[in-house]
Design a protein. Sequence first.
Length: 178
Amino acid sequence: MTEVQILDKRFREYIPENSVQKRITELADQINNDFEGKEVIFVGVLNGAFIFAADLYRRIDLKSRITFIKLASYAGTSSSGEIRELIGWNEDLKGKSVIIIEDIVDTGITLEHTVDNLIIRNVREISIVTLLLKPAAYKKNIQIDYVGFEIPNDFVVGYGLDYNGEGRNLPSVYALVS
Ligand code: IMP
């Protein structure tokens, strides 16, 4: 088992790179099928989703665009529950089919905030794709259309996800060794 040290914590490989990539191809195939003939705007949620968004978007063959917003709710290894919106929303999204790209949905607070921001922009439809979902932590009723992997309520890093700013460049997903 591959282990890595990030700052003061040890993490163990949890979803290997090849499994992540295989699953992204499956998610892209589903989205390409489901949205065939539609014009789509993908909205990636920074920072965590930047690698997933890049890998997913390269497999999308729809007439589409991608934009990014930046929010933050995490400090350390547990959700602070507070949302700060830092950058975003300069595209005209009115009447468009939007697909939100998330790296991970934990409590769902970030997702709800993003969805609320889209609703007031009068988009036509909102779909959600996330690489990771923690079902035991998820507290919202918003339907998540495409889920890469359901994971336990453990802290993970890698593939865009960080621990105090580090570890985003790991190609696999790693879980905290307790
Ligand atoms: P939520 O608002 O509680 O759903 O948290 C979502 C955000 O918290 C994600 O976009 C991540 O930035 C961060 N996050 C949640 N769980 C983890 C984790 O296990 N590792 C790293 N970041 C996480």
